[in-house]
Design a protein around this ligand. Sequence first.
Ligand code: SF4
Ligand code: SF4
Length: 419
Amino acid sequence: MTDTSHHQTDSHTGANGDGSTEEFVQQWRNAAYNCFSSGHKFCREVCPVMQVTRNESWTPTAFHANVVAMEKGELEIADIAEDYVNCTGCGACELRCPNTLFTGDFYRFRTRTVDMVKAVRALAVDNDVHQPGWQRWNLLTDERTHEPVLGDTPVSQEHVRDWSAGLDIPIGGETIMFVDCEAAFYRTSVPRAVAQILQLAGYEFGLMNEQWCCGGPAAEMGYLDQSKRFARHNLDDWRANGVKWVLVLDPHDYITFTEDYPKYFGEEYQDIEIVLVVELFAELIREGKLTPSIPIERTITYHDPCRLNKRKGVWREPREILSAIPGLVFNDVDRVTQWSYCSGGGGGLPIEKPELTAKISESRVDKAAELGVDTLVSACPWSERPLTEAGEARSIDVVDIHEILAESLGIEVGGRRGE
Ligand code: SF4
Ligand code: SF4
């Protein structure tokens, strides 16, 4: 049993008397008590981490209960920070939580476990409590201005546009395409597919003068100051080039630009429009401006990236695209079941706990195998590496939705699907 007597303080002054903890507790106590007093644990079984670990300390319930204990002065951030590594930020628990489902005009509470986990991680960094993998990752990201994409892939500022070799994309313009670090350096076939589909549809767009990492991963791991510095750099680059529209292919970037940047910049940011290309492509197909016509003979299912479906409600458009591709046999899952599916690739989990990410991806691919498919289509570059590794053992190919659309449009994509 842990001796917590040295942590006891007057709860009115915050758990440990330090300002950042007090502020944190004040902000999150209502949400914590809302969960703690319900305690129904509906969220447990949809949590991908819980599914593969059965560890009660790594559940949304425990994450909220800790905040109650912090308010009472029974725990401090150093006691619990490591537990909060075990969250992919998928958002399944928020959807499943009855405290969210029963909202209406009369009751405006919404469970926000993902934001609370991020806040705990920020509190940890603020109190100099670091996870070694995350600390190293963010130091390297700061040095290179891009994430040190897992493995041996070389990453540096001068190579951030290498993926676009031969595509003749200008720099700058009112519309620019932002490419996440994983796609820019590792799975270069994805941005190449997106860029060439845009070109085929007659879209004018450019690349940033100096693109840095979006800063979202730093915020997810608690390194908020770094995240804000990176965001500032990118917004300044957009301003210097008169950017009005930012085309985004990666769900993680999409979350960062639509949730983090507005918090950082407020009104200053209001005139920038973020366009998710998967939504744009569905619209162009609907309008007859893109017509996939080359049959793709595969039996597929679709992996809803957590940050698109669960967190942003984007689930129809990818299905519209896949349904428009001739030759595909599409064995879809039902909309509710897929809430509990995750690749394990988000929230910094693969950096600290690659073995957990691998287990979650294996479980996801097993579910695909039950549908008798040969291909799992995703729309998130960060999910595609762990899913591909899990797929290899089960003879299931993992393909990005933009890659498969480009193929059906007759585009020779080029680039690399990983190493
Ligand atoms: S997060 Fe929601 S579903 Fe889970 S235990 Fe708390 S109140 Fe219940
Ligand atoms: S966001 Fe996802 S991984 Fe994190 S606690 Fe909720 S269900 Fe689990």
